[in-house]
Design a protein around this ligand. Structure first.
Ligand code: MLT
Length: 395
C-alpha cells in the first residue's frame, strides 16, 4: 500500500530516531547517558498520583469525557490563569482540555491553515510546528533565531508579502530547544504585528513554570486585547512531571476555540476523566513544590555550565527550561559531533539540525539526569578529548 504523499514531506521524528540510536548503542553494550529528550526523570508529584488512584476507582470517570474537557478541569485551568497571570478567561468558552499540548499544537494547523497558506515558524524550533503545517498543506516560512537576535524572531525582517499571506505565527518562550526567554515587551510587538496582518499567534507555554533566578515567564494574556488573536498551549508534562499522562489545555478567544473544537471533536474523544481530575489536583500544586523541582534543575544547570566552561564552551547561564543549546566545535557538523559524543563518550544529545536547518552548528543538552550522572558525562567528555576546541580527527 502506498502511503500518502504528505508523508514524503515529513522528516523522521527526531526523538523516534534518537530512541533507535539508543537501542542500537545499548545493543553494542554501551552504558548510555541520555541527555536527549526533555522527559523529566523524577516522578509525578505524589499528591497527583494519589488523586489518580482515587479517581480511577470512581466509575463515573470511565465513560466518554465531554469533548471540550470536564467543567471542573476547565474551571481549574481558568483559575490557574487568573492566579498566575491575572488573566480573565471564561472557563466555558475560552479553555479546552488537550490530550497533551502536542495534540492541540498539531491540530490547530488543521483548524486554521488551508493548502497554500503560510505559517511563520522559528528556526530552530520544536519540530511539530513545521511538520503540522506541512500536514495541513501549508508552507512554513522560517524565522531564523540565533545569538544575533537573542533567539527572538525579528518581525521587521519578515517580507511584507509573506506577512500578508501568513495565517499563524508560532512562538515558544521559554524556548525549546534554546532555553531563551522573551519579555512582555516583545510579546506586545508580536501582538501588534499579528493585529496588523490578521495572523493568529500560537504560543507554546510548555516551559512557563520552569524558570530560575527570579525570572518569571510572561503570557500574551497579560496584554490587553490578546484573546482574539492568540491561543496559548499549556502542558502538565514538564511542570508536574506528567509527560506520560498526556494532559494539557489551550486558552484563547471563544471564536478561535470553536474552530479548534471542530477539528478535535472529529478526531479525538477527549482526555480520560480520571486524568483530568488528577490534572486539576496538579494545577493546585503549591508553588513551593514547583520551586523545589526547579532547584533540582538549577543545580544541574550550574554543574553543566561550569563543567562545559572548563571544557572550553563560552556559555551563558540559561534562565529557563531544562535545555542548554550549545555550539559544536569548529570544523564539524552537528550530526558529526553528536556521533562523536555517542561513540567516544556514550552520551546521547540531539543535533541542532533536528530542530531546523538553522540548528546546524549546535547541539542540545537536556538536564534530565541526576547531578552525579552529569558529572560523569563531563568526565567522559574530558577523557575522550571532547572539548569546544577539539580537532575532529584528534578523538
Ligand atoms: C523535547 O525533548 O524537545 C521535548 O521533550 C519533546 C516533547 O515535548 O514532545
Amino acid at each position: 500500500m502506498k502511503p500518502s504523499e504528505r508523508l514524503d514531506r515529513i522528516p523522521p521524528y527526531i526523538f523516534a530516531e534518537i530512541d533507535k540510536k539508543i537501542d542500537e548503542a545499548k545493543a553494542k553494550g554501551y552504558d548510555i547517558i541520555s541527555l536527549g529528550i526533555g522527559d523529566p526523570d523524577t516522578p509525578t508529584f505524589p499528591h497527583i498520583v494519589k488523586s489518580m488512584h482515587e479517581s480511577i476507582d470512581d466509575a463515573s470517570t470511565h465513560n466518554y469525557p465531554p469533548y471540550q474537557g470536564t467543567k471542573d478541569f476547565r474551571k481549574a485551568c481558568a483559575d490557574w490563569m487568573k492566579n498566575r497571570y491575572n488573566a480573565d478567561l471564561n472557563s466555558e468558552s475560552e479553555v479546552l482540555a488537550l490530550i497533551g499540548s502536542k495534540e492541540g499544537i498539531a491540530h490547530v494547523f488543521l483548524a486554521f491553515v488551508d493548502p497554500g497558506d503560510i505559517t511563520l515558524v522559528p528556526d530552530p524550533a520544536y519540530p511539530v510546528y513545521r511538520n503540522a503545517t506541512v500536514l495541513a498543506g501549508g508552507t512554513p516560512y522560517f524565522m531564523p533565531i540565533g545569538p544575533e537576535n537573542n533567539y527572538l524572531p525579528d518581525l521587521d525582517k519578515i517580507p511584507e508579502e509573506i506577512a500578508q499571506k501568513a495565517k499563524i505565527i508560532f512562538l515558544n518562550y521559554p524556548n525549546n530547544p534554546t532555553g531563551a526567554v522573551a519579555t512582555l515587551e516583545y510579546f506586545k510587538k508580536v501582538l501588534e504585528f499579528a493585529k496588523k496582518y490578521n495572523i493568529l499567534i500560537c504560543h507554546d507555554q510548555a516551559y512557563c513554570e520552569m524558570t530560575y533566578d527570579g525570572y518569571v515567564a510572561p503570557s500574551f494574556f497579560e496584554l490587553e486585547g490578546a484573546k482574539e488573536h492568540c491561543l496559548e498551549f499549556f502542558s502538565h508534562s514538564k511542570t508536574y512531571n506528567m509527560t506520560g499522562w498526556r494532559i494539557g489545555w489551550v486558552a484563547g478567544g471563544e471564536k478561535l476555540m470553536k474552530s479548534l473544537s471542530v477539528i478535535k471533536n472529529n478526531i479525538d474523544s477527549g482526555a480520560f476523566k480520571a486524568i483530568q481530575n488528577a490534572g486539576i489536583v496538579a494545577l493546585k500544586t503549591p508553588k513551593s513544590e514547583i520551586d523545589k523541582l526547579n532547584d533540582i534543575y538549577k543545580r544541574r544547570r550550574d554543574v553543566m555550565v561550569q563543567g562545559l566552561r572548563e571544557l572550553g564552551w563560552q556559555i551563558e547561564t540559561p534562565k529557563a527550561t531544562f535545555y542548554m543549546w550549545l555550539p559544536v566545535p569548529q570544523g564539524m557538523t552537528s550530526v558529526e559531533f553528536v556521533e562523536i559524543m555517542l561513540e567516544k563518550a556514550h552520551l546521547v544529545v540531539p543535533p541542532g539540525t533536528g530542530y531546523g536547518d538553522k540548528g546546524e552548528g549546535f547541539f542540545r543538552i537536556a538536564l534530565t539526569v541526576e547531578e552525579d550522572k552529569l558529572n560523569e558525562a563531563l568526565q567522559r567528555m574530558k577523557k575522550a578529548g571532547i572539548t569546544y576546541n577539539m580537532i575532529k580527527e584528534a578523538v
